[in-house]
Design a protein around this ligand. Structure first.
Ligand code: ADP
Ligand code: TYD
Length: 219
């Protein structure tokens, strides 16, 4: 994964973290960003939903202050994602073109997994076709933990639960993630990592696997 022109070109890498709530995405995204910077890769960390106008609307829905049907929620996430990619100020595409590596906490696999509990997965994939057509992650890291462990972590750390943070729902989402990875395996590179270990152990595993994956070239 040396920073060589013929391997990476002048573009930055795009690394997406996925997993059910509490799986450790934000913890691991932060550690990976630090390691990438130490290895000489300028790095930009971001997340979905964004803090743009559609993202703020989504936060109102996730915290129960506003109600919306599943199809509306899925469409709003797709719209937020497009802004996330193309925003003129800090959009992901712009960062990558500037040679910055972008690490995101959630991308379209979150939509495939969470929204296909209520909607056909193919419809959700289609609703995100503009985003996937524009930019696929160099690699997607899926932090796998059981819903039991997720609920323990959420209960210990959250003042209030959001819309999706219920154990049977998380169980379904975890299954849907795996279904989505299988469906998309011809066009996506996904690393499944056991997220139930100590944070540093998980981080070391991710570092070795991501380096190996990026060294094998772009998807
Ligand atoms: P996510 O972004 O996937 O919701 P976070 O990184 O915010 O997950 O982690 C959820 C909670 O669990 C946080 O309070 C975090 O400190 C804790 N946590 C994260 N990773 C681990 C781990 N490997 N072991 C134990 N607790 C963890
Ligand atoms: P957030 O609090 O950022 O997640 P986390 O608990 O992992 O820190 O809220 C994101 C919520 O939005 C999460 O419950 C999953 C859901 N979500 C979707 O339903 N679809 C999507 O496309 C994305 C990106 C998130």
């Amino acid at each position: 994964m040396e920073r060589e022109k013929d391997m990476q070109g002048s573009r930055g890498y795009f690394i997406a973290f996925e997993g059910i709530d509490g799986s450790g995405k934000s913890t691991q995204a932060r550690i990976l960003a630090e390691r990438m910077r130490q290895a000489g890769f300028p790095c930009y960390q971001t997340m979905e939903p964004t803090d743009g106008p559609v993202g703020l609307l989504l936060r109102q829905i996730l915290t129960g202050r506003m109600q919306a049907d599943p199809g509306v929620i899925a469409a709003l996430f797709a719209a937020d994602r497009l802004d996330h990619l193309t925003n003129q100020v800090n959009g992901i595409v712009k960062k990558i073109e500037e040679g910055v590596t972008v690490i995101t906490d959630r991308y379209y696999f979150s939509s495939y997994a969470y929204h296909s509990v209520d909607l056909p997965m193919d419809w959700v994939i289609q609703a995100n076709a503009q985003s996937s057509g524009m930019l696929r992650p160099s690699v997607t890291v899926f932090l796998d933990i059981t819903p039991e462990l997720a609920m323990e972590r959420i209960a210990a750390n959250r003042a209030h639960q959001e819309l999706f943070e219920k154990k049977p729902f998380l169980e379904q989402v975890r299954g849907k993630y795996k279904e989505a990875f299988e469906k998309q395996k011809a066009q996506e590179r996904v690393l499944v990592v056991d997220g139930s270990r100590e944070p540093q152990e998980v981080a070391d595993d991710i570092w070795v696997k991501v380096k190996g994956c990026l060294a094998r070239g772009r998807a």
